[in-house]
Ligand binder design. Structure first.
Ligand SMILES: [Zn+2]
Length: 365
């Protein structure tokens, strides 16, 4: 009873009266003993302590990519050897994202309620972070069942879906992600009924550069051939790779980075304040984040100057960038410009956005 009452009490301005038995309800309305109002627990307006970026040593390039991803809600692929800190970085994304508003938090609470795992009041505005294992089935990931239930992508709604060891997921399982990545929702059709669940999640994925994991690692001793590495990466389909806006390498640390002092590292609170400002620029201009702009809006808001367009067109020819990849580079460049409140997208932002798609570059080599 208390679980249901506590859940109902999350709804703003809702008077909750909890009963243990139907007879108590009859008594309440029939002039017998009255039931008391269930007290609402105070909703947390500050997130519970989330992992902090201050714990991450070095990795300036990956930290920059994480901040850009957070600022524009872009998807991100981290590529690096085991122990490079890919998971550690991914887990720190929720801590630099803006807190959910009450409407978003209510959506998350509703989805959690459907799967029977009610949200705690202390988690109220913190963005969800889900990291299903690579052995997860398609149904576990997107939802399913005779009476359709939400899957991991819906539990990650308004938050982060982290897929570690991306090439280890079954290809068929990964392909089902394409629809919700575009639509922000998933439709599950069964003979008996059809259900649509929201699934607007931010995708963060991680992978090793090759099967043994140490290709290109200065300390590693990897025997994988270029061909083996290429086959390993090819487990991720082109269309899915296209949808990963940022693809960055996370090298294992050099000794001097291991000695940096915690006081010298930027904390999540500092980064999150910048992310919030960049989000405001986007909301003010177009009402949503850059990652979700459609093609018409990209033409309207993300047009680079002539020099910027010229290097992008050259890159398309040399890297074999797809039309989707082209639009994604422009959206990331828009976010980079927004981070410094710059109206015009110039060469520097296009070049950085291109540099942040490293698998495209490797595929072209
Ligand atoms: Zn290898």
């Amino acid at each position: 009873m208390n679980i249901n009452a506590a859940e109902a009490a999350l709804v703003t301005d809702c008077k909750v009266i909890a009963a243990r038995h139907i007879l108590e309800v009859c008594a309440h309305f029939g002039g017998g003993s009255r039931l008391g109002r269930y007290p609402a627990a105070p909703l947390s307006q500050v997130p519970t302590a989330l992992p902090d970026l201050r714990d991450v040593r070095g990795q300036p390039y990956a930290r920059r990519a994480l901040e850009i991803a957070a600022a524009g809600q872009h998807s991100l692929l981290l590529i690096g050897s085991p122990g490079a800190g890919k998971s550690m970085l991914a887990q720190r994304l929720p801590g630099i994202l803006p807190l959910m508003n009450d409407a978003e938090a209510m959506e998350v609470a509703t989805l959690r309620s459907i799967v029977g795992r009610p949200l705690k009041p202390s988690e109220w505005r913190s963005r969800p972070f889900r990291s299903p294992h690579h052995t997860a089935s398609a149904a576990a990931l997107v939802g399913g069942g005779v009476h359709p239930r939400p899957g991991e992508i819906s539990l990650a709604h308004n938050g982060v879906l982290f897929l570690d060891e991306l090439p280890e997921f079954e290809r068929r399982v990964l392909e089902v992600l394409r629809e919700p990545l575009e639509a922000g929702a998933i439709t599950i059709s069964r003979a008996s009924r059809q259900a649509e669940f929201p699934a607007r999640f931010q995708l963060i994925a991680a992978m090793n550069p090759c099967p043994r994991g140490y290709l290109g690692d200065v300390f590693g001793n990897c025997q994988c051939t270029a061909d083996q590495a290429q086959r390993y990466r090819a487990r991720i389909s082109g269309p899915l790779l296209d949808r990963l806006d940022l693809q960055v390498h996370v090298p294992r640390l050099e000794f001097k980075s291991l000695r940096d002092r915690i006081g010298d590292r930027e904390a999540s609170a500092v980064v999150s304040a910048r992310v919030a400002r960049t989000r405001e620029v986007q909301i003010h201009r177009q009402g949503g984040c850059n990652a979700h702009l459609d093609n018409a809006a990209v033409e309207r808001y993300c047009s680079p100057n002539a020099a910027g367009r010229a290097i992008l067109e050259r890159a398309m020819q040399h890297l074999g960038l797809s039309a989707r990849g082209y639009h994604r580079v422009l959206k990331v460049a828009r976010t980079i410009a927004d981070m410094t409140s710059q109206t015009q997208i110039e060469v520097a932002q296009i070049a950085e956005a291109l540099a942040l798609r490293s698998l495209d570059r490797q595929a072209a080599m």
